[in-house]
Design a protein around this ligand. Structure first.
Ligand code: H79
Length: 432
């Protein structure tokens, strides 16, 4: 049957469902790209001595012969993978969930799957008694952080994937792997990718395939959250949209969304990539995302031994410090789109109930005002700077209010103004 926009394959509305409440509140997660490609650390030396650079797409983009890729995977030994250190880094950043690549496009499973031997236990130099996903699950549970898995539908390794006649066999193994993931590790979320595969032009992954898969997953785990790449990335597919390396300018009506972004220029580890985003950029992205009602999934790529690079750890810690210093993340967790004000140039404004959180990333000169443009009528009954005893003078001005914090600019020149508003208009759905 034809389905109109807004008709989701889930049996509930993800925008308001209790099932998605934690995700709508938590706002900030850690993406982890880690797989057999990580062992190459972004560089492949061809037989002629030339070097080809990439990260998680290295097998395909650098044209590595299958046997060659399998050989290097057999040497993969992430002995330095420390689930507790990873969870600590996420926790330090203020991240509240993790999404790790259980299987990327190269088809290599990061857990001891029973469906094939192309996996970390059976095809590596890693300690066969260890199970990284189980370690991560245990550490995440202990820290009160949720765990999700990235799973690529596209599979470069399984010969049945690209053959339409054999695809049902691939699909059976894929369903089997997903059941393993759910039964063994009880993930809070599955993050699909690679539904736009180019290898089966006559038999593409369809909306119907996505709907069937989603129904299957919800039978196994009714409160599972699934991204929109389970289908065709339309409003009917999965629970949330997945803008990649971008932040939408506006919230998407009636739809949950999450921006996934890299911390440097690659998802997987690339030893030559030192183009790290500044902590200020990370903080600003998080504030912008939250103010538009979205989540921010910030990526790290562990090295061949499984260690998150130190520049990434440092930036995560700085981000967490910022949140802690300015109201313990009050502008982010459980906060969302205001529906009341225009996005200011000096920061971002989010809302939780009858409070607005005006995060200031460009502090004004002493005595100068921050202008807040109102898009709907509301009064401000109280204003303060979180984590500080500064006062805020509020004066109606033009199309909104002038907010003037007392004293000289703080060091660093940033802060969060909490504005209590009245009457508290109906908060938009989809926020905490
Ligand atoms: O897992 C990460 C990416 O590997 C995956 N999605 C995120 C979360 C992704 N797959 N494809 N794309 C993103 C977009 C396609 C980019 C491409 Fe390319 C441009 C494929 C080939 C050219 C990037 C640049 C990858 C190889 C070269």
């Amino acid at each position: 049957p034809a389905e109109g926009p807004g008709t989701n394959h889930a049996t509930d509305d993800p925008f308001t469902a209790p099932r998605t409440a934690w995700w709508r509140t938590d706002r900030f997660g850690m993406f982890i790209h880690f797989g057999a490609y990580s062992n190459l650390e972004g560089e492949y030396t061809r037989p002629d001595g030339s070097v080809c650079r990439n990260a998680e797409w290295i097998e395909r983009e650098c044209g590595i012969p299958r046997a060659e890729y399998e050989k290097q995977a057999a040497a993969f030994n992430p002995s330095g993978f420390d689930a507790e250190a990873i969870v600590r880094a996420a926790k330090d950043a203020g991240q509240r969930y993790l999404v790790i690549t259980a299987k990327h496009h190269d088809g290599y499973a990061m857990w001891p799957t029973r469906q094939n031997t192309w996996n970390l236990r059976d095809h590596s130099a890693f300690d066969k008694r260890r199970d990284l996903l189980a370690e991560l699950k245990r550490a995440a549970d202990a820290a009160g952080i949720r765990l999700g898995f990235y799973y690529s539908i596209w599979d470069w390794h399984d010969p049945d994937f690209a053959d339409p006649a054999a695809f049902p066999r691939y699909k059976k193994r894929m369903y089997g792997q997903l059941a393993e993931l759910i039964e063994n590790y009880d993930p809070a979320l599955l993050w699909f990718d690679g539904e736009w595969d180019a290898d089966r032009p006559t038999n593409r992954w369809s909306r119907q395939d996505g709907a069937e898969l989603q129904a299957y997953l919800h039978r196994l785990k009714p409160d599972l959250i699934v991204n929109n790449r389970v289908g065709k990335r339309d409003v009917v597919d999965g629970d949330f949209g997945t803008p990649e390396q971008e932040i939408p300018a506006e919230p998407v009506d009636g739809q949950l969304w999450e921006s996934c972004m890299t911390l440097n220029d690659h998802w997987g580890y690339a030893r030559y990539d030192g183009n790290w985003k500044s902590p200020a950029t990370v903080v600003r992205n998080l504030l912008d995302v939250a103010s538009r009602g979205g989540n921010y999934l910030l990526n790290v790529g562990p090295d061949r031994l499984g260690r998150i690079p130190q520049p990434a750890v440092d930036r995560l810690r700085e981000t967490g410090r910022w949140l802690a210093a300015h109201g313990q993340g009050a502008a982010v967790y459980g906060a969302g789109h205001t529906g009341l004000v225009a996005a200011p140039s000096w920061g971002a404004v989010s809302r939780r109930g009858d409070e607005l959180y005006a995060s200031v990333t460009s502090w004004p000169a002493a005595g100068a005002a921050l202008h807040l443009t109102a898009r709907a009528p509301f009064r401000i009954t109280a204003a303060r700077v979180l984590g500080s005893d500064r006062r805020v003078t509020v004066v109606p001005a033009g199309d909104g209010y002038d907010l003037t914090p007392s004293g000289p600019a703080p060091d660093p020149p940033a802060g969060v103004l909490r504005l209590t508003i009245e009457p508290p208009p109906e908060a938009p759905a989809g926020t905490g």
